[in-house]
Write a protein that binds this ligand. Structure first.
Ligand code: AMP
Ligand code: GLY
Length: 435
């Protein structure tokens, strides 16, 4: 069968790589893909933007695509799944209404309130004056969130009242996110440890993916600005297996049920960003949901999918057909860790078009026999003639596999040190909490 993967980041490279490794899969098209998917066995880049739904659907029909997998949130929020299905195309991902769980923080909070999901206290504002009056009654730090998709830049953790006011004005007065965010949510600041919890669901059956942890802060020691993620590892969980299994009843099942009441069936990956509050005693009672994402995480996917030993295409097809109950996901026991190499300056301004060297013969794949070694998933890269260039904030996700986390990290970092582009930024302490 032919598969179409939509997106062009490290997550999509990992999804395409995994699908291409399956015997039943003849070709994986990636739109628009990147320098890494261009080199991948059985993969072909298609020069169509991830939000050009009409061209994508035409392409999928003309190439007899049996399954389309949507990576990023933007096409999901534009309703790509509804549009493709209306055109008779099987598509893995939530419909537009369900994708609002990520695209609209107010929708997500409303669903959480209706289904008694533990989350941070919050209030919404459309007018800056009212928001600022409210801020003056609160203690700092406080969290100001733009209500809409803001490419990971919509959240400010304000340490002072002035910072919080500036964040409110950025959204409601300066409209820095344009029409995408016309409301702000002001949320109580929670202190604890962040955990990603990803499940696959067809709206009824919920299957948790292997546990993974990412590192959101830009610099070592979890310092610096928030990013999309600077590294990740799996397995990793601050929960016991028993707690991990119970999480879906706590933070996923009630959401699916509440959506069902509104005639919305959630299909695809549902990703809950959790904070486990500092404290002692029952961990599950200290879980708060920070957000829902309607897709795989990036870079979590780059450490989760290498460990999957069952058939991803079949699982995804089962989700689309509402038959996930018939599936079993299996995982190998190895550890996988990924280190993001980003452009200097990321997550703020950065330069692109810089040559990347040191990748020849490096990180083409894990060793199939021993399952160890390194695989470099590309995030923001592209070829111009035959030279690989940087083309985004996150450039490469250098992914090591080993018998334990220590070995996985050693493999990843040994390769990071061989790769070069000017200004490359990476964290040297991925996995520190688990080690
Ligand atoms: P969100 O997109 O809502 O997950 O926010 C992005 C990041 O901001 C999260 O991954 C957290 O690191 C941080 N964050 C969001 N909400 C809070 C909160 N209420 N308290 C503390 N940190 C938060
Ligand atoms: N790694 C965080 C995310 O994918 O949203």
């Amino acid at each position: 069968m032919n598969i179409l993967v939509i997106g062009g980041g490290g997550r999509e490279h990992a999804i395409a790589w995994k699908l291409a490794s399956l015997q039943d899969v003849s070709m994986v098209y990636v739109a628009p893909g990147n320098g890494g998917t261009q080199l991948e066995n059985k993969c072909k880049n298609v020069d169509i933007a991830a939000d050009d739904l009409i061209k994508l659907a035409k392409f999928a029909k003309s190439e007899n695509i049996a399954l389309t997998v949507v990576g990023p949130e933007v096409p999901l929020s534009l309703g790509i799944v509804d549009f493709f299905e209306a055109n008779g195309l099987k598509t893995f991902g939530p419909c537009q209404m369900a994708a609002q769980l990520e695209a609209s923080k107010s929708f997500a909070k409303d669903i959480m309130a209706s289904s008694n999901i533990p989350t941070a206290g919050y209030k919404y504002f459309e007018k800056a004056d009212a928001a600022i009056d409210y801020l003056k009654t609160k203690t700092m730090p406080i969290v100001v969130k733009a209500d809409g998709l803001a490419a990971g830049k919509g959240v400010t953790i304000a340490g002072t009242l002035q910072e919080a006011i500036d964040a409110v004005n950025d959204v409601l007065v300066k409209h820095i996110f344009g029409q995408c965010a016309l409301k702000v949510l002001i949320e109580d600041f929670l202190e604890g440890e962040e955990v990603s919890y990803l499940v696959m669901t067809d709206g009824d059956t919920i299957i948790p993916l292997a546990p993974a942890q990412d590192h959101k802060a830009a610099y070592d020691g979890d310092k610096g600005p928030n990013t999309g993620g600077m590294g990740a590892y799996s397995p990793a969980s601050i929960f016991t297996d028993e707690e991990y299994a119970k999480l879906s009843e706590l933070v996923i099942r009630p959401v699916l049920s509440e959506l069902k009441k509104r005639d919305i069936t959630y299909k695809g990956i549902l990703y809950a960003g959790l904070m486990v509050l500092n404290g002692t005693g029952d961990k599950l009672s200290r879980v708060r949901v920070l957000e829902y994402n309607s897709r795989f995480g990036d870079p979590e996917t780059q450490v989760i999918l290498p460990r999957l030993t069952s058939d991803l295409a079949r699982h995804m097809m089962a989700v689309v057909d509402g038959k996930l109950a018939e599936e079993t996901l299996t995982w190998d026991n190895n550890s996988v860790a990924t280190v993001v190499m980003a452009s200097g300056g990321y997550p703020a301004e950065y330069e692109t078009g810089l040559p990347i060297t040191g990748l020849d013969g490096v990180g083409a794949n894990f060793d199939i026999k021993t399952n160890f070694g390194v695989k470099v998933f590309h995030s923001g890269t592209k070829f111009v003639d035959s030279q690989l260039l940087t083309a985004g904030g996150r450039v490469l996700t250098v992914t090591g596999m080993g018998r334990d986390l220590h070995e996985a990290l050693k493999n990843a970092y040994a390769t990071v040190e061989q790769i070069h582009f000017d200004g490359a930024l990476y964290r040297s302490d991925i996995g520190h909490r688990a080690l």
